[in-house]
Design a protein around this ligand. Structure first.
Ligand code: GLY
Length: 395
């Protein structure tokens, strides 16, 4: 026993316990249950988490970075699954629409430095065999007439789309419930282990849940669960993002027809227009621990940069400001699959790509849970890639 409290429920076990009910935990639980596994999920507020803040860009091409070609492959594979995933989820959730919109993206430059940065990104995209087209400033404005006259060029990427993460989370929760996932609305307090394996978790309401396999999928909180042996603690950290939501009145539509983004003075800014008139502007990137305060400075910088790109935003109602925490990992890539502790798996560390990687994460985790084999595509991303370095540091 790991607690002096009397367990509130009989210690009967399930096949799978998922800790964390954000989109990654939910998709894992849904897909596991669909494979016939008796699945339980624990989260005090399932359907919440970073997806409530995220803009929902599906942007493996415009978010490509040097040295992240393996992550690119994972992102492209997950993006390609989205149309089918959205259809399956609509059916499994009883008809819920996740707002998948194949709208494309335009990444633009405002000054010579930004232009050089975009030219380098374009060259990298071409080396990776990706589709993107260089446009002059005038061509950018022809596509998106609300762009500022100062836009000096851009990259048209017709394959980078969007989804509405709030609708995605709601649909995944409904799909879990319909697939028979048992949902405990309580937080996980401690991992339960025997000498050689994970066996379940103690929740903060005193419930003990036992399971043959445990998946930690609690986003940036994943590394904080007590009882996890130090050598398998997920190396994730919170990276704060502040995001704004504006509303485009019907009279102004179409305001933007695709996602517009740029790097302005070294900071990323993007404007994601939804079909329902919502315009999401994001995002700051701040290493401030667990702080989720919306600051005047964060809002000011986002509005200032977005205004430089699209001056007309100042006419729009500002309807929401919010901050969330991305689960950052040491190499910006997710941790997917088994840890060194038998029975304990991770699905976390998705950093800037949680929404994009949701379909693929559900698929590979369910395959692992059902067969014991992690699919080939996910093997470069197992948590074990960090084990060697950590064993040295614990030696
Ligand atoms: N993927 C966008 C962000 O994390 O801000």
């Amino acid at each position: 026993m790991h607690s002096s409290r009397t367990p509130r429920t009989p210690r009967t076990g399930s096949d799978v316990l998922v800790i964390g009910g954000g989109i990654i935990g939910l998709v894992t639980a849904w897909r596991a249950a669909a494979r016939g596994l008796r699945t339980v999920l624990a989260d005090p507020a399932p359907g919440g988490g970073a997806a409530q803040v995220a803009a929902g860009m599906l942007a493996p091409v415009t978010e490509l970075h040097y040295g992240e070609e393996a992550l690119l492959g994972l992102g492209l594979a997950s993006a390609a699954r989205y149309p089918q995933f959205a259809a399956e989820l609509a059916e499994a959730s009883g008809g819920m629409d996740i707002g998948y919109r194949a709208c494309g993206t335009l990444a633009v430059a405002l000054d010579a430095d930004d232009r050089l940065h975009l030219r380098e990104l374009h060259a990298l995209q071409r080396r990776c065999g990706l589709e993107s087209e260089w446009l002059t400033g005038r061509e950018c404005r022809r596509l998106e007439p609300m762009l500022a006259p100062g836009v000096r060029g851009g990259l048209r990427v017709d394959g980078d789309h969007q989804v509405d993460p709030r609708r995605l989370a709601a649909a995944l929760l409904a799909a879990c419930e319909r697939a028979g996932v048992t949902i405990h609305r309580a937080g996980a307090e401690r991992l339960l282990t025997t000498a050689d394996r994970a066996t379940g978790a103690l929740l903060d309401d005193g419930t003990e849940l036992l399971a043959d396999q445990v998946v930690l999928a609690a986003g940036s909180l994943t590394g904080r669960l007590a009882g996890v042996p130090p050598e398998v603690v997920a190396p994730v950290r919170p990276v704060k993002g502040q995001v704004l939501r504006l509303t485009v009145p019907t009279a102004y539509a179409p305001f933007l027809s695709r996602t517009v983004r740029a790097v302005v003075r070294g900071s990323h800014v993007y404007l994601v227009p939804r079909e329902n008139g919502e315009l999401v502007i994001g995002a700051t990137s701040e290493e401030l621990g667990w702080d989720t305060t919306v600051t005047a400075g964060g809002v000011y910088e986002l509005l200032r940069d977005a205004h430089e790109l699209v001056p007309g935003i100042t006419e729009l109602p500002l309807t929401e400001t919010r901050a969330g925490l991305r689960p950052g990992s040491p190499d910006n890539a997710p941790l997917l699959g088994p840890t060194e502790l038998p029975g304990l798996h991770l699905a976390t560390g998705h950093y800037r790509n949680g929404v994009l990687l949701t379909p693929l994460t559900g698929e590979v985790l369910a395959e692992l849970l059902a067969t014991g084999e992690l699919p080939e595509i996910a093997r470069p991303f197992t948590p074990r890639r960090f084990s060697a370095a950590r064993q040295e540091s614990y030696a």
